[in-house]
Design a binder for this molecule. Sequence first.
Ligand SMILES: NC(=O)c1ccc[n+]([C@@H]2O[C@H](COP(=O)([O-])OP(=O)(O)OC[C@H]3O[C@@H](n4cnc5c(N)ncnc54)[C@H](OP(=O)(O)O)[C@@H]3O)[C@@H](O)[C@H]2O)c1
Length: 248
Amino acid sequence: MSAQVRPAAIVTGASRGIGAEIARRLAVEGHDLTISARGREALDDLATELREAHGVDVLVVTTDMSSEDDVRRLAHEHADHFKRLDVLVLNAGMGDIGAFADYPVRRFDKMYMVNVRSAFVLTQDLLPLLRTAGSSTVRGGKIIAIASTTGVVGEPLNSAYGATKAALISWCETISTEESVGGVVATAVCPGYVATDMTKGLSDTLSQDHMLPVADVAEAALSLTRLSRQTVVPSIVLTRPGAHLWRA
Ligand SMILES: NC(=O)c1ccc[n+]([C@@H]2O[C@H](COP(=O)([O-])OP(=O)(O)OC[C@H]3O[C@@H](n4cnc5c(N)ncnc54)[C@H](OP(=O)(O)O)[C@@H]3O)[C@@H](O)[C@H]2O)c1
């Protein structure tokens, strides 16, 4: 009997927070992984943890998602090493708030590069592998982009961040309209405030105890990977308890 081939996934921004938890859960479910972020040390620690605990193959690729060369190298190194891609988790992101009236355009450009343009470039380079998974596996090829409720409904101080997340939501919808017949499905996961390093600065106005736990966002992402290629989920909104419903 031939050895069973494990599915392969990429998780960007996997060094901490939501990305690290999604990577852990994908490893538990038997995925080989490429994990990326800018900082090497936390990625190496996570890779060691996942190899030892779950026996999966983990490739570490340090990547600055604001650099097109880095993003293309990430795609190339994953393809070269694993030669397949079943799940692409576009999680790396930067967040920043500020009034629109004097928000620096250069900061918006950087955020767009990291949050949106990198996803576009990386997915384009990896589409041939996703299409192969789409046409040859029951679950197909999954693209999971971590967007935000600020991309669903506008909020004060989020003109730049919210616009990048709205772009991701739209982009996921379009990819599914073009590629889902071939088994490649894209979903935007849109959480409100999640208790991670990114939201520590908000502790004066909102305690992390009242934010969404990382585990729930990761679980929502994992649930998508268990669906067959016959089901398209354009987006999932996750909101904290209370009257905030469509707001972070
Ligand atoms: N926390 C929230 O309330 C919340 C809500 C909705 C959506 N989200 C989204 O969820 C995703 C993960 O956020 P998080 O809360 O887990 O944040 P986090 O704890 O700050 O983690 C961010 C991750 O992205 C990586 N990253 C940041 N800038 C990067 C760059 N230029 N190139 C490559 N990697 C980069 C970081 O690693 P390095 O610093 O080592 O590069 C880290 O691994 C983001 O897309 C964020 O916008 C967060």
